[in-house]
Write a protein that binds this ligand. Structure first.
Ligand SMILES: [Zn+2]
Length: 177
């Protein structure tokens, strides 16, 4: 089975041929020489070829690392109660976030999962507290997983923090400043 190349979208081979021609023309303009040049020795050509080969491997490594370090960004579709990955995955979590559910890798694309800051909280500071569209309290603190609390849990936590705060020595904080 063969496929005819089309003019608007050249096949890989055609695209490479075009690039080689462009490169030849650019080389002639820039250096005024072609591959028929005779000023390079056999060893020069071998060294050039090896250098190009080493660059090629470096470029591959760069792309491999980029691919490995790239992430799948998950956003919560709160109106439908599931999470959407940037790769197109839809994943339902009964409660919490990918972090709190221990979802570190995307089951679809295999990349590391990140969740983006969502619009429901106004400030982007060390501590963010807001209300999600499903009515839960969302607490984000730099360096910790996000916490989502229903109202009764938030009230219990609030009361408990008040209790503990009253027991905490205040001189510690003062000594640091
Ligand atoms: Zn993914």
């Amino acid at each position: 089975m063969t496929t005819e190349p089309t003019n608007d979208k050249p096949q890989c081979e055609e695209a490479v041929i075009q690039k080689i021609r462009q490169r030849r023309d650019a080389g002639r303009r820039k250096y005024g020489v072609s591959m028929e040049r005779t000023d390079l020795s056999r060893l020069d050509w071998l060294n050039h070829a090896q250098q190009e080969g080493m660059d090629f491997v470096i470029y591959l490594e760069k792309l491999i690392q980029q691919e490995q370090s790239s992430v799948c960004e998950w956003t919560e579709n709160e109106s439908h109660g599931y999470w959407e990955g940037s790769c197109g995955l839809a994943w339902e979590l009964t409660t919490g976030t990918p972090e709190t559910n221990g979802v570190w890798c995307c089951p679809r694309c295999g990349r590391r999962v990140t969740t983006n800051a969502q619009s429901e909280t106004p400030a982007n500071d060390d501590i963010e507290i807001g209300i999600s569209t499903t009515g839960r309290m969302v607490v984000r603190m730099t360096g910790t997983p996000e916490i989502r609390l229903d109202r009764d849990w938030a009230e219990r936590l609030h009361a408990r923090i008040g209790e503990v705060l009253r027991q905490m020595p205040t001189d510690q904080a003062q000594a640091r400043t």
